[in-house]
Design a protein around this ligand. Structure first.
Ligand code: PLP
Length: 366
């Protein structure tokens, strides 16, 4: 359930035309089978439909399939308490996607088109019932296992075989329903020897090629019994960078919250940015700066990672390269819990959204 590829029937696609310099938009409908009808089918019947929808991502011979020349976004659409649907801060993802495409030397996808297409996309699929129903039970655990729409915009290149940069990229938006991100049962993090990003590289953009190392390091961590891997900086090998595809925060004994400062080796997470605002609103002192393994081992009392998929996920411990384990206790620490309550509460419309972070897709009425 967590991240199954069960695509929604309607997909958005925009192709760049270098002659006209326009993006030609289209809606791809695999089928128009409503969600309830799909669920009522036998498993075999359902599989045929889903396989067809999922083929949408089948790679061709392109810069993307051969050199991982692609970039992507992860956004969530939330069923809100009032019965509506909202996307969390899509304009932030739109700006980051624009920067990713620019960083890859290809025509960037306009921010306004991104936001408009995302809203339309969720609306079209929601009309067929592809939106989880709000469940008040979720509030009891601050939405730990709540469902949402995982929206995946990404870029593919045109057909090509030599190494090069796309001149006619294509932007696709697809989605699937998700719930909890991390595997249940595992809860500790381990520092990996692998290097995710180097100075002057591509670590600051969400480009596909960065994620091969992430996938390897995460698999290795899981094989050793950890839920997450954590990277150190490539130069000094002593400062924290981030998790496999999440940003990292520490709470020190004096309650100061520290997260590594942004640079060209850190992905500027929108959850990170939001958590910093929420923590400051709650009166915490937040520092964006380098933080070493030694400092964490001496002073940290909580550690959590943040991301659209992960939300705020506490890490029960961090094990360094020599095997030394620093324990933070399992489950949410008090600071992570308070922030999770604020973040998820606002995303699901269970509490007020004073910063207007939610873009309403479907107006609620109760
Ligand atoms: C996507 C991502 C994050 C989290 O970003 P959000 O905008 O919060 O989802 C953090 N690190 C990496 C490497 C990522 O790819």
């Amino acid at each position: 359930m967590a991240f199954a590829l069960n695509l929604y029937p309607i997909t958005y696609m925009a192709k760049y035309n270098p002659q006209t310099k326009n993006w030609d938009e289209q809606w791809l409908e695999s089928d128009k089978i409503p969600h309830d009808e799909l669920m009522a089918m036998s498993e075999d019947e359902r599989k045929v439909i889903l396989d067809k929808r999922n083929q949408m991502g089948t790679p061709s011979v392109s810069y993307t399939s051969q050199y991982a020349y692609s970039c992507f976004e992860g956004m969530k659409g939330f069923p809100t308490k009032d019965g509506g649907v909202a996307i969390f801060r899509p304009e932030e993802n739109a700006k980051r996607f624009y920067n990713s495409m620019k960083g890859m030397y290809c025509p960037p996808f306009p921010v306004e088109m991104y936001v408009k297409a995302s809203v339309e996309f969720v609306k079209k699929n929601a009309e067929l019932g592809y939106v989880p129903k709000y469940n008040p039970e979720w509030e009891k655990t601050d939405f730990a296992n709540a469902e949402s729409i995982y929206i995946r915009p990404f870029m593919n290149s045109e057909g090509a075989i030599g190494v090069g940069c796309a001149q006619q990229p294509c932007v696709i938006i697809c989605a699937t329903t998700v719930s909890a991100y991390f595997k249940a049962g595992l809860d500790g993090a381990v520092i990996t020897e692998r290097i995710r990003a180097t100075p002057h590289g591509t670590g600051y953009i969400k480009c596909a090629s960065n994620y091969v190392i992430s996938a390897l390091a995460k698999k290795e961590a899981e094989e050793k019994g950890f839920v997450e891997c954590v990277y150190l900086d490539a130069v000094h090998r002593k400062y924290f960078q981030e998790g496999s595809s999440c940003n990292i925060f520490f709470v020190l004994k004096d309650k100061t919250i520290v997260t590594p400062e942004l640079s060209d080796t850190i992905l500027p997470g929108i959850t990170r940015k939001s958590v910093i605002v929420l923590a400051k609103e709650k009166g915490y002192k937040v520092e964006e700066r380098q933080i070493s393994v030694k400092e964490v081992q001496k002073k940290a009392i909580e550690c959590f990672v943040t991301g659209t998929a992960a939300g705020i996920s506490p890490m029960s411990s961090i094990t360094d390269l020599k095997g030394k384990k620093t324990d933070f206790g399992s489950g949410f620490g008090p600071v992570a819990k308070e922030l999770q309550h604020e973040l998820k509460g606002r995303q699901y419309g269970a509490i007020a959204d004073p910063n207007n972070w939610n873009t309403v897709v479907i107006q609620g009425n109760n």
